[in-house]
Design a protein around this ligand. Structure first.
Ligand code: PHE
Length: 345
């Protein structure tokens, strides 16, 4: 025991006198004293030979010894760091390099906001494929092969077929996702379907061959048109503020009956009249209606028991009203001068 204490004392003196003028020497110091086979560990190994009544005292001495080695290591490290930085002439007062931080795409910002509003009402997000078969895009939605309303949506066909119902196409609306949800889930159903859709239109400031939609579907017992109106009214108030006015106009969609389009007071001119609202003070933002009984039947949902509403709107249109962007093409040209103006919310 006495011998051990003497050894510790002489090691302490040795440690105190140690120097390190390079990283290698510093590492040697660490290995010699604090490494897994270092002197600190070795001496700690002697603990087992110490009589029980002295264990506590000896333990404290050992801990202090270890601390001395660790403190010295830190001290050497610091000293070395300082001299090295002087050696390599690093100047810590120089300004840092700026890191380029990206911005979210304006359509994603708007889509995220739309999704979060509907989520608060209990809607879940559903997604589906962009290449669809005829059934999910048209047939199931009450648009059989010869239905004239197919012309409303100029379709890109991936694979045409003599029997139209065997064709493959780029989805023209995310109603196809609603079809897939009804196929696999039982009411109550409450989903929104955000996604990209395609239509064969000549590209101009006002039209594009692809755009983005958020469609919604709610099916349960006793769902009424009043629920539809209130849900959409809540949505636009959250999106555009409490002052926004809405109006519903009767419309036609094969998959809803009755159907209505919803207009909101023009957010650009506050109803005074401008190019966006074609001087009417109103802008159409969505199509909606009560799910057609035929559509429910197509998925084995009993229309006597369940009713539902559906709606669909374009993300570009909402973004246009929010950011006053008049040319749709800007959203897909990837011009950084345009994109960098949108900061995340
Ligand atoms: N699917 C329609 C469209 O793309 C929008 C819509 C959805 C209308 C649901 C009514 C109900 O134009």
């Amino acid at each position: 025991m006495e011998q051990l204490l003497q050894q510790i004392e002489s090691l302490k003196a040795e440690i105190a006198a140690s120097v390190a003028s390079s990283q290698e020497e510093l590492e040697q110091f660490r290995i010699k004293y604090l490494g897994t086979k270092g002197l600190v560990k070795q001496i700690m190994g002697e603990m087992k030979n110490v009589p029980v009544e002295s264990k506590k005292e000896f333990g404290q001495i050992l801990n202090a010894f270890k601390q001395v080695a660790e403190d010295k290591l830190a001290q050497l490290q610091e000293a070395l760091g300082e001299t090295e930085s002087v050696d390599t002439k690093q100047d810590y007062t120089l300004p840092g390099d700026t890191i380029a931080v990206g911005t979210r795409h304006p359509l994603n910002l708007v889509r995220n906001q739309m999704v979060s509003i509907f989520k608060r009402l209990g809607f879940a997000v559903a997604e589906g494929p962009e290449i669809e078969d005829d059934w999910h895009n048209f047939g199931a939605m009450n648009l059989p092969a010869d239905h004239p309303a197919r012309d409303m949506q100029d379709t890109f066909y991936v694979q045409e077929a003599t029997d139209a119902s065997a064709a493959w196409l780029l989805r023209t609306h995310t109603s196809s996702v609603q079809a897939r949800v009804m196929e696999t889930q039982k009411p109550p159903i409450r989903v929104i379907c955000p996604g990209r859709v395609y239509r064969n239109e000549t590209i101009s400031a006002r039209a594009h061959c692809f755009f983005h939609q958020v469609e919604g579907l709610y099916i349960d017992e006793n769902v009424s048109f009043a629920d539809l109106k209130q849900t959409l009214y809540f949505f636009v108030q959250e999106m555009f503020g409490k002052e926004v006015k809405v109006r519903f106009r009767p419309s036609y969609f094969p998959f809803t009956e009755p159907s209505a389009e919803m207009d909101i007071s023009c957010q650009i001119c506050a109803g005074k009249g401008c190019n966006i609202c074609k001087h009417t003070g109103w802008v159409e933002i969505l199509g909606s209606g009560m799910v057609h009984p035929k559509v429910l039947e197509n998925f084995g949902i009993d229309p006597e028991k369940y009713t539902g509403f559906a709606f669909g709107m374009g993300v570009e249109r909402i973004a246009q009203l929010k950011y006053q962007v008049n040319d749709l093409r800007l959203y897909s040209q990837n011009d950084l001068r345009f994109l960098q103006q949108f900061k995340s919310v």
